[in-house]
Design a protein around this ligand. Structure first.
Ligand code: B12
Length: 212
């Protein structure tokens, strides 16, 4: 586990080369991809956020940590891929308009793929209408909306209102998440569910669709 602790420091310091090296070493030592992500990469980003709030980290420091996070994600993501074809349902997912945060959404998408969901990831800063178009044209079972700032989370409500106006709200379940969001907020905006992390997102979607 020593290499996972070192990995956390490497990501926090934004040292991409070392982060990659330590990821490979941890895998060789038999550490699972999920543990590497959670205890190495995600823990480092949370720490970067804390240091930023405390004024010890500046935006460039967080950006460097983010880049190192992506290197780890690139290494472990293929190992999360499912051994079977997607069969549980189709999820359209994205970060709402104005929001460029995507590390958390990418983990959710990877976990869902691993759990045999087909995932269409629309990326970041997705215009509200695009979510509606994609849900309609692809006949999605679930729409996953991510918002990471108090300033963008109201976009989730606007997307849900647009789904209603377009007459497709009854055809799709809406699941919301991201650091700014709470279960209470999800209920207020009439979403079908909220999940606090990627593993919970898979459990929630399984239970909503009655699969698993
Ligand atoms: C990394 C980071 C960045 C990176 C983003 C890189 C990237 N590619 O994502 C950079 C440096 C670019 C960045 C930029 C900015 N950021 Co920023 N950022 C963060 C930070 C430190 C961590 C976010 C993160 O990745 N966490 C790690 C992941 C794994 O956790 P997560 O996102 O919560 O995801 C998990 C769950 O929430 C859930 N989940 C996530 N998505 C979804 C989706 C669904 C459908 C479901 C079900 C579940 C789910 O599962 C995930 C895995 O477990 C947060 C601090 C924080 N406390 O969140 C600030 C934070 C979100 N940022 C903030 C701000 C202000 C900004 C900027 C405006 C700064 C600036 N002055 O430019 C810009 C905004 C850019 C934009 N337009 O969006 C503020 C937001 C404040 C607010 N109003 O709410 C925060 C809270 C920091 C702070 N305390 O001030 N940021």
């Amino acid at each position: 586990m020593g290499s996972v602790r070192d990995l956390m420091s490497a990501v926090l310091e934004g040292d991409e080369l070392r982060a990659e090296e330590l990821t490979v070493r941890a895998l060789e030592e038999g550490v699972s991809p999920v543990e590497i992500l959670e205890m190495g990469a995600v823990a480092a980003i949370h720490e970067a956020g804390r240091l930023w709030e405390d004024g010890e980290f500046f935006l460039p420091d967080v950006i460097l940590a983010t880049e190192a996070f992506k290197v780890v994600m690139e290494r472990v993501e293929p190992l999360l891929e499912p051994g079977e074809t997607p069969r549980k349902g189709l999820v359209v997912i994205g970060s709402v308009e104005g929001d460029a945060h995507d590390l958390g959404k990418n983990i959710v998408a990877a976990f869902l793929r691993c759990a045999a969901y087909e995932v269409v990831d629309l990326g970041v800063d997705v215009p509200h209408a695009r979510f509606v178009e994609e849900v309609r044209s692809r006949e999605a079972d679930i729409l996953g909306l991510g918002a990471y700032m108090t300033t963008t989370m109201r976009g989730m409500k606007e997307v849900i209102d647009l789904l209603v106006q377009a007459g497709v709200r009854e055809r799709v379940k809406v699941v919301v998440g991201g650091a700014a969001v709470t279960a209470y907020y999800a209920a207020v905006i009439d979403a079908d569910g909220y999940a606090k992390d990627a593993a919970a997102a898979v459990r929630l979607m399984d239970s909503i669709l009655g699969v698993g």
